[in-house]
Design a protein around this ligand. Structure first.
Ligand SMILES: [Zn+2]
Length: 340
């Protein structure tokens, strides 16, 4: 654009500098205590009436949504975060949502995911808190986090992902007749997965898999493009979360040298260790545990889930592997022949 200032192409690596408190989460500039942004933006709090509602962190501490704030400098807030939230707030109300480009969705989901992570890491710096499984002591987790941040800083720096997408993002339609829930959120920070429900749409992301999980799940994802009962969505999420847990590689990202006068950076990606399988082998017993966790709300016992150990319980598919329609849960005991 004529007249506009040249974009800042300096990359930032927060994990080499070890500071999350009092520094902008996006660029690392020192911030004043009042210079913060909400992890879940104001429009979400209003639209879904989240003010005062609580969220549990890994150390079991509980916070209100409006207390989930991370340091952000005024420039990053006004130039990068607010425009993104404005775009999303407008899109969520319209059919245009599914036409949003994948990068925008990635950055928006990534902002909430990373915000929660920053809060968890800040929490761990508090000497009074001893989480059971500290994120900061998990080596692979930190490697994934670094890789994630390399791609996520595309929120601030113009970065083009050359022929790859850094995450698997799934959009599922929820059958809104089946429950009154308009907002729901959960994550699994160690496997870099995150899910959020917005009215009758559920977004699920697995970060730092270069889209491999979506590729592996393409048939299930295709079959799931119909209004789903929440118990079916939970099953889909169990597949994503368990699949993410099996992911065995962390991609590397490389910024190409920037020629003089360039206005963006190009990233390439490489999965280095080709001797390893991309996914560890799928085990039904482990997947069954993931199902049990996701189906907690419906209290489906593990023994019921694993009645057939070769084919864990499914509400997405019938015994013959055909997509199922679920109008109610629990289903009525009487089949069509028993009616009347
Ligand atoms: Zn900043």
């Amino acid at each position: 654009m004529p007249g506009s200032a040249a974009p800042d192409l300096t990359l930032y690596y927060p994990f080499e500098e070890k500071h999350f408190a009092d520094h902008c989460f996006l660029c690392g500039t020192a911030t004043a205590p009042a210079e913060v942004i909400l992890v879940f933006d104001q429009w979400l709090l209003q639209r879904y009436d989240l003010a005062g509602q609580q969220i549990q962190l890994l150390d079991q501490s509980v916070r209100a949504y409006e207390q989930l704030q991370i340091p952000c400098c005024p420039k990053c807030r006004t130039h990068y975060v607010e425009p993104l939230e404005t775009t999303m707030a407008a899109a969520v109300d319209s059919a245009a949502f599914r036409e949003l480009d994948e990068k925008t969705l990635f950055l928006w989901l990534g902002k909430m995911f990373y915000g929660i992570l920053v809060l968890e890491l800040l929490n761990e710096l508090n000497p009074l808190i001893k989480p059971q499984y500290p994120l900061s002591e998990n080596g692979q987790m930190l490697r994934r986090l670094q890789a994630f941040f390399q791609t996520f800083q595309a929120l601030r720096v113009p970065i083009v992902f050359e022929d790859f997408t850094p995450a698997s993002i799934f959009i599922l339609p929820a059958d809104s007749r089946q429950d009154q829930i308009s907002f729901e959120y959960d994550d699994d920070l160690t496997t870099m997965t995150f899910s959020i429900r917005l009215d009758d749409m559920v977004l699920i992301a697995c970060f730092i898999d270069n889209g491999m999980l979506r590729q592996a799940m393409r048939r299930v994802y295709q079959d799931a493009q119909r209004p789903l009962h929440p118990v079916q969505i939970a099953e889909f999420k169990a597949r994503v979360y368990y699949g993410a847990h099996l992911l065995n590689v962390v991609p590397d990202y490389y910024a190409r040298p920037v020629p003089a006068g360039a206005d963006h950076i190009i990233y390439d990606t490489l999965i280095d260790d080709i001797t390893r399988e991309i996914f560890n082998p799928w085990e039904n017993s482990g997947y069954g545990q993931s199902l049990q966790e996701m189906w907690k709300r419906w209290q489906i016992p593990y023994t019921e889930i694993m009645r057939d150990p070769a084919q864990p319980l499914s509400y997405l598919y019938d015994q013959q592997g055909r997509p199922r329609t679920l109008d109610a849960f629990p289903e009525s005991a009487a089949g069509p022949a028993g009616q009347g």
